[in-house]
Ligand binder design. Sequence first.
Ligand code: CO
Length: 134
Amino acid sequence: MLGRLNHVALAVPDLAAAVAAYRNTLGAEVTEPHALPEHGVAVVFVNVGNTKIELLEPLGEGSPIAAFLAKNPSGGMHHLCYEVDDILAARDQLKAAGARVLGDGNPKTGAHGKPVLFLHPKDFFGTLIELEQS
Ligand code: CO
């Protein structure tokens, strides 16, 4: 089921500062900021060749990363995103195995315009997992 690592996501309190650090200090290629109101975040991607780093900043009221940043005020690793060939088949297989799918269980459109789902971190050793249809 599990395919490539699509990205590692870091929640950051200040996206502009994080972009400057990755672009100027680390010398990385960083995309322009992109608002994802449906997910309550603004996002950029850092291209590191074999995968991407997603930098997330809270957007709007009740952002799903607000609580994470309250606990980790300087930011931190928020989730891993793995690719799957068929997200609905993956969801059904995971639910049958007892894993909890967050939200209403239906895929939303993710930062790459593809369907995504999130799996409960308590079912996967404390790490939030995003699945993205490849
Ligand atoms: Co992500």
